[in-house]
Ligand binder design. Structure first.
Ligand SMILES: *Cc1c(COP(=O)(O)O)cnc(C)c1O
Length: 377
């Protein structure tokens, strides 16, 4: 089956076999047994719940993985994953990352005795040089947030070779519709399900998908022990969101191409960062490792005054954090998603007061462009 059909039919209601077309919400904390050794296979909803299990198995199928694990947010998923490592382990990460991941690595992982090395993972020789005897993990995001840098996932895997290094790929921006990192050699795929998987700006969720059951079982033990699991209702919303994932991804991408082209010719726009543009330095890598470029773009305007004016004048596009939903959202990374990074470093990396990030929704593209034109005028 192709992914469009898998999003709808990969799993039927697995728990009770009543034929429900929409997955039931098992809003229960616990499950009774009729006798010792008897039971439904479910005990307590932190350990497993049928609605959550459906979401977990579905994402595992879509990502070509063995196990899926659902958490209460993307950060909860990342926090659980980092429990795989021990004090003294070294982790290499992309330097351009979602701000919350950077903050997690700096504040929590370092305190827990991990050594985090941030590098430009688009540069494979930099990856190779950064690996030491103690390296146990490489964490990449592709495209990165907000600069849209691309990492060659299969290239990183080739460098890792047989070394005991777990390759972790945050696939939030492309979703399994456009890219499946496990097929390129990733060991764990991470999602903020809050974004494209849920897709409606209405719930928080996080997922991990593993390439093998050894990692899957380790993470399940961590999941039930640390406990930040996805609730049955939120699992239902994610399952419902996934039904339209292909349609939404296609429409967002179509709109993003049109908006990127329009922004490029605007006098007040100095640079457009979009993975699908012909002048993107890693366009060929993107084409090789996926079937699309997604609906996220960033752009730099001529001054911080212009940036602030745009944010206050937008009407259709909402000035809000987050991404990947039906509604287009504009973010100001400098004061929002990336405010945690020291100012000097933010500016050096291009995350300055002139940079705006746009999560392109599924509105009519002409309406979106008209809104941008008014805001930029
Ligand atoms: C939003 C986001 C996260 C964090 O997910 P939450 O659901 O907000 O906790 C992680 N990675 C990326 C790329 C994100 O965009």
């Amino acid at each position: 089956m192709k992914i469009e059909s898998l999003c709808l039919h990969a799993l039927r209601d697995v728990s009770q076999n009543k034929g429900a077309v929409s997955v039931p919400i098992y809003q229960t904390a616990t499950f009774s047994r009729s006798a010792v050794g008897e039971g439904s296979g479910y005990d307590y909803s932190r350990v497993q719940n049928p609605t959550r299990e459906h979401a977990e198995r579905l994402i595992a199928i879509l990502e070509n993985g063995t196990e899926g694990l659902a958490f209460s947010s993307g950060m909860a998923a990342i926090a659980a994953m980092m429990e795989l490592f021990s004090p003294g382990d070294e982790i290499i990460t992309s330097e351009d990352l979602y701000g919350g991941s950077l903050r997690y690595f700096d504040l929590i992982s370092e305190k827990n005795g991990l050594k985090i090395r941030r590098i430009n993972t688009s540069n494979l020789s930099a990856v190779e040089k950064s690996i030491t005897e103690k390296t146990r993990g490489i964490f990449i995001e592709s495209p990165t947030n907000p600069m849209m840098n691309i990492t060659d996932i299969a290239g990183v895997k080739r460098i890792i070779g047989e070394r005991p290094i777990i390759l972790m790929a945050d696939n939030t921006f492309l979703s399994p519709y456009f890219c499946r990192p496990i097929t390129l050699g990733a060991d764990i795929v991470i999602h903020s399900g809050t974004k494209y998987l849920g897709g409606h700006n209405d719930t928080l969720a996080g997922f991990l998908v593993t390439a093998n059951s050894e990692l899957g079982e380790k993470l399940k033990l961590i999941q039930k022990t640390t406990g930040a699991v996805l609730s049955p209702f939120d699992a239902f919303l994610i399952i419902r969101g996934i039904k339209t994932l292909p349609l939404r991804m296609e429409k967002s991408q179509d709109n993003a191409f049109k908006i990127a082209a329009w922004l490029k010719q605007h006098a007040r726009v100095k640079k457009v960062y979009y993975a699908g543009l012909p002048d993107h330095p890693d366009l060929e890598v993107s084409k090789r490792q996926g079937t699309g470029f997604g609906g996220m773009l960033s752009f730099s305007v001529d001054s911080s005054e212009t940036a602030e004016r745009v944010l206050s004048r937008l009407n259709l596009i909402l000035f809000a954090e987050s991404l990947g939903g039906t509604e287009s959202l504009m973010t100001y990374p400098f004061t929002q998603t990336h405010s945690y990074i020291p100012e000097e470093e933010r500016i050096a990396r291009g995350i300055d007061r002139k940079l705006l990030r746009l999560s392109v929704g599924i509105e009519d593209p002409d309406d979106l462009i008209e809104d941008l034109a008014n805001a930029l005028s």
